[in-house]
Design a protein around this ligand. Sequence first.
Ligand code: IMP
Ligand code: MG
Length: 191
Amino acid sequence: MPESYEPYLAEVLIDSETLQKRIAELGAEISRDLAGLRDLWLICVLKGGVMFLTDLMRHITIPHAVDFMAVSSYGVQARESTGHVRIVMDLSTDPAGKNLLIVEDIIDSGHTLDYIIKLLRARNPASVRVCTLLNKSERREVDIPLSYVGFDIPNKFVFGYGLDLDELFRNMPFVGVADEEAWRQRRRELA
Ligand code: IMP
Ligand code: MG
């Protein structure tokens, strides 16, 4: 039997219907606000942002292109971000002169996005905006200007809808709070 997420789910935080309704609103807002911009590029941060990107872009009615980048934090056990970030996969195109909208799954301490924003700004885009599905504002260590936020969430470790528990369960259509004790127990059993 394939392993189920169920033992590791403490509660569903945002169900699928609520996610989809909010994402449609964000798409409409973005389409309205950015209608005059030329050369709009959605920059998806892999891997967590991918489900959000593909749903969001279906609700964006103005012309836009997409590109992807992947970053990782060094020397961390999944949960804590140290602020040491490196590029794992860079954009396939030069962002100079383009209007960029970064599409992220979640902002926690803010270090990852701070690094990405600085890196992109250094390449002379016309503008940089941020759209994040989830925002854990309580945990913020660096200030990040956010243009679009799906949901403010409490300081709990969440998974599903793109977010993983050690790379698993990104495919769940909802955002759930992890039962961290149950997950630690599984890690111990696998070690
Ligand atoms: P930050 O650098 O602390 O803002 O962390 C951002 C990154 O940490 C996100 O892009 C996620 O990959 C990961 N992350 C932070 N909180 C969670 C969570 O609750 N579940 C899954 N991944 C998370
Ligand atoms: Mg992310």
